[in-house]
Unconditional design. Structure first.
Length: 102
């Protein structure tokens, strides 16, 4: 195992810890805060491993958490439009990064 893989393992472990911490939080704000770091640590891990599909998926996950944090502040965020936009982003990333055969 080379040094890049070892650093990626550390970021993956930090991501798992962040996910666990989100389950123990009592407020929505703290849960979303932990989920942002979960996505960030996994994003870094996947970039280091050159697994770009996973990296982009976690980047969209961070955007999703940030937008859901604003859900009650604006009429646009109260509608389901943002959910559909995020779903389309996931589909686009899946299609764009798809490289293996059936």
């Amino acid at each position: 195992m080379n040094i890049v893989e070892e650093v990626a393992q550390i970021f993956g472990t930090l991501g798992a810890i962040s996910m666990l911490c989100s389950n123990w939080q009592k407020t929505r704000r703290k849960i979303l805060f932990c989920l942002i770091f979960d996505g960030l640590f996994y994003f870094i891990q996947y970039i280091l491993l050159k697994a770009y599909t996973g990296a982009f998926t976690n980047l969209i996950s961070i955007v999703r958490v940030l937008t859901f944090n604003k859900k009650g502040t604006n009429d646009f965020f109260k509608k389901n439009y943002i959910l559909y936009i995020i779903l389309l982003l996931y589909i686009f990333i899946g299609i764009y990064t798809y490289s293996s055969g059936l």
